[in-house]
Structures are given as C-alpha cells and as structure tokens.
Write a protein that binds this ligand. Structure first.
Ligand code: NAD
Ligand code: UFG
Length: 337
C-alpha cells in the first residue's frame, strides 16, 4: 500500500516510516520541519535501503496536499503532524489550536476530495485526564486539562462526527501512552530541542554528562515509591502498532479507538534504576516540587489493541533504556552531528 505519513520526519513518524517500509509499504512523507530535521528521513532510507518520497511542507497548506494526492494514489494516511508540548501549549494556546486542529481539518477535507478514506490519528493518553483508576480502558471518561490535550480531544470528537456522517471512512484513533527509546541501530531517535520536557530524554542527557542531574517532579504521589507512574512503550513497538492499524484499515473496519501501551507502569525512580542498570553508572537526581498538571498513575489496559489489531508490545524496559542510551551516545547533539 502507499501510505502518506504527515510529520514523518519527527520522532514517532520516522520510526513508523521505517516500519512501514520494512513491512513492504511505500511511503510518502510531508513535514514542515518545525520540530525535526530531514536527516531523520535520510537515515531511515539508509537503514532500510528504500526510498521515501519526501515533501517539505505544511499540512495546513491545501495546495501542497492537493499536489501530493494528485501525484500519488494514496491508500492510507497517518497523521503525526502537530505540536506536542503540554507546557508550551499553555503559553501559546492559539498556535496549538491552529496547527493541530486546522492542520487536521485541511488534511481530512483534502482526503475526502480525493476519495482517500483511511486515516490513522495520533491521539494520546492525555485524553483520559486524571483517570479514576488504572489500568485505563478505552471507555473511561474523557477530559482535558491543557490546550494540547484539548486539541487531541476535539480532534477525536471531530473524527467521530465525521465517521457518523460518512461511514465509508475507516479511522483508527490510537491513544499512545509514553513512547520512549529508539531504533536499535542508533541512527534514529528522539531529538528534543533545548531542555527536554520529558523524562527519558532528560535522563539520557544526564547519563552522558550533558546535564548535571535529573529533577524528580514530586515524591508524594499515591504510588509505590511516591513518584509518578507511567506506561513507557518502546517507539519501535508503537510504530509496529501503526503498521497493524494501516493493514486493519484496508479491511474496512470503520472507527477503531485503541490504547497503545504495555499495560505496565513504572515510576520515575524505577526508570532511574533501569537506566543505571543499563549504563552501569549512577544517575544523579534531586527531588523537586510537583510539576503542575501531573497525575499519580497512568497505564493502559492493552487488551482491546490485542483483540482489534493483534497488537502486543514486545520490548522490555531494558530494551527501551539500552536503545535510548545507544541513540544518545551515538548522537550527542541529535541530528546536528
Ligand atoms: P514530533 O514533534 O517529533 O513530530 C511531529 C512532526 O510534525 C515534526 O516533525 C514536525 O516538524 C511536524 N509538524 C508539526 N506541525 C506540522 C504541520 N503543520 N505540517 C507539517 N508538519 C508538521 O512529535 P512525536 O513525538 O513524533 O509525536 C507525533 C504525534 O504523536 C504528535 O501528534 C503528538 O501529539 C502525538 N503523541 C506524541 C506523544 C509523545 O510522547 N511523543 C504521546 C502521545 C501522542
Ligand atoms: N518527570 C520528572 N522529571 C522530568 C520530566 C518528567 O520527574 O524532568 C516525571 C513526570 O512528573 C511524570 C513522568 O516523569 O511523572 C513522565 O513525564 P513525561 O513528561 O515524560 O511524560 P508525561 O506522562 O507527563 O506526558 C507524556 C507526553 C504527553 C502525553 C502523555 C501521555 O509528554 O504529551 O505522555 O501520552 F500526553
């Protein structure tokens, strides 16, 4: 199949592009490079020995989307393009609504015009807000506490309405938990700009001496050691979940909404220990105040993804930490090197 991957040069997009190529699909990418470098795509081509048809452009630009859908017979679209930083979304809400929601609207309206009706959308566990219990199943109540989360939730509503109005669409809404790690080659990985917001890239930067110590945001949560618990999933497993979703959409399943997680939660201090084990060195840290908006525990019930997509995360926490370290060590400045 020919798959259009928007945001394909980004962290999850580049890994998914690679897995799609390995599974025998053809990939067309569009990315405006606002949070990535085209080098990631070059490396995907190097690893796979296959070509990616790359367009530098913005999904809010109907002109370039029209050009892509005219030049290629696209079977399915995976939409990763969007802004994703929770903190930044509180400072720049309008930019987030404009990029994420407007981008999705222009994309889906152009798809409809060209009769392309298979879409995978990157949603997030953030749509569960502060869940009443764990593990989280897909029928839990949805809520949002920041503009980033609101964009995900509003888009979910929009896609559900679209499906109701036209059930010839096949839509997979994938709610990711916490993707971490990198491709085992160490050639592609997460390349955050400036100080990382997320736990794992911060730890890997501490591990290689780029940052002095990790700040642990709170040790008074209602968890086994007081630090926040999350469901970390290897980005390669997550990417394989997208390949399964694309294959599933070809069977005309209608609307699918599933969690992509492992079903296991680890605390911040569990993660520190796991990285210490892999690196053989201590990871210095200090306990800091809670980060506003963080919740105690968040992990998936992964059963529905197994039933619907045949998805099961295979990689271990050790794989995640080792592959993250391999990428960080080989690319101390990300794709700048
Ligand atoms: P990323 O920033 O690495 O990738 C997003 C890509 O989209 C970037 O390459 C960026 O340049 C591009 N982009 C942004 N706006 C665009 C636009 N208007 N037109 C074209 N390209 C545009 O982020 P990621 O971690 O790979 O996340 C991918 C998707 O998954 C995002 O939608 C994100 O919200 C979602 N998600 C990520 C996580 C996570 O923890 N990484 C968790 C849940 C959901
Ligand atoms: N944390 C620290 N120190 C840091 C960074 C994080 O202690 O420097 C803690 C947080 O308090 C939290 C845990 O590590 O307990 C994980 O934090 P992340 O920032 O890595 O991830 P979040 O669970 O907060 O959020 C991520 C994405 C969101 C997405 C969510 C669910 O950033 O966009 O996963 O998919 F919505």
């Amino acid at each position: 199949m020919k798959v259009l991957v928007t945001g394909g040069a980004g962290y999850i997009g580049s890994h998914t592009t690679l897995e799609l190529l390995e599974a025998g699909h053809e990939v067309v990418c569009i990315d405006n490079l606002s949070n990535s470098k085209v080098e990631s795509i070059k490396r995907v081509e190097k690893i796979t020995g296959k070509n990616v048809c790359f367009y530098e452009g913005d999904i809010r630009d109907k002109g370039i989307l029209t050009k892509i859908f005219t030049e290629h017979k696209i079977d399915s679209v995976i939409n990763f393009a969007g802004y994703k930083a929770v903190g930044e979304s509180c400072q720049k809400p309008l930019e987030y609504y404009e990029n994420n929601i407007q981008g999705l609207l222009v994309l889906v309206m152009t798809m409809r015009e060209f009769g392309v009706k298979n879409l995978v959308f990157s949603s997030s566990a953030t749509v569960y807000g502060n869940p009443k219990s764990v593990p989280i199943t897909e029928d839990f109540p949805l809520s949002t506490s920041n503009p980033y989360g609101s964009t995900k939730l509003f888009i979910e509503y929009m896609l559900k309405d679209l499906y109701k109005s036209d059930n010839s669409f096949n839509i997979a809404i994938l709610r990711y938990f916490n993707p971490i790690g990198a491709h085992p080659s160490g050639l592609i990985g997460e390349d955050p700009k400036g100080i990382p917001n997320n736990l794992c890239p911060y730890i890997t930067q501490v591990a290689v001496g780029k940052r002095k110590e990790l700040g642990v945001f709170g040790n008074d949560y209602n968890t086994h050691d007081g630090t926040g618990v999350r469901d970390y999933i290897h980005v390669v497993d997550l990417s394989k979940g997208h390949v399964l979703a694309v294959n599933k959409l070809a069977e005309n399943p209608g609307l699918i909404i599933v969690n992509l997680g492992t079903g296991v939660g680890y605390s911040v201090l569990d993660m520190v220990k796991a990285f210490e084990k892999v690196t053989g060195k201590p990871i210095p840290y200090k306990i800091m105040p809670r980060r506003p908006g963080d919740i105690d525990e968040c992990y998936a019930d992964p059963k529905l993804a197994k039933e619907v997509l045949g998805f099961k995360a295979e990689k271990t926490l050790e794989d995640m930490c080792r592959d993250a370290m391999n990428w960080q060590t080989k690319n101390p400045n990300g794709y700048e090197d």
